[in-house]
Design a protein. Sequence first.
Length: 171
Amino acid sequence: MTREESIMFYKAHARRLFNTSLRIIRNSGEAEEIMQDTILKFISADVVPKDPAQVALWLNRTCIRKSIDAARRKKREKLFLDEYAADASEYDSDPHLEFSGTAAGVTEVRKAIDELPDNYRIIMNLTLLEGLDYEEIAGITGEREGTIRTQFSRGKAKLAEILKRQGHDRL
């Protein structure tokens, strides 16, 4: 791939990959790094699929895997730090968040998804925002499809609880 082709490729895929990673990892710096690593891995690969749909699929799956791995590492680091930190209030969500009206909009739903525990949040993001089905998510995460269905169902129930607590009686 020439330099110009690499730049065009980067511009074509960077935003989508960044947003995908950001929804999982919730840190823009890490999301940007994952996006760049994903694109670099593809550009430096010996075998390059020619079909644009296959390229997009490969990039998306690789970005999701890298993001999930980073989220797991981040969780392990947080657990380690929590053993030694007396005050973990910086990780708490803002309890003063209020939304008006009774129907939850996209912004409110996304914010509510961010409040979910990591396992539910990742599944909800991949299903609702990335449009992946249970089988694809199972393949990416290494979990059984039944586990993904259960986590989605439980995540949906928790999401409804959060939205109800915020004053939304319907989506």
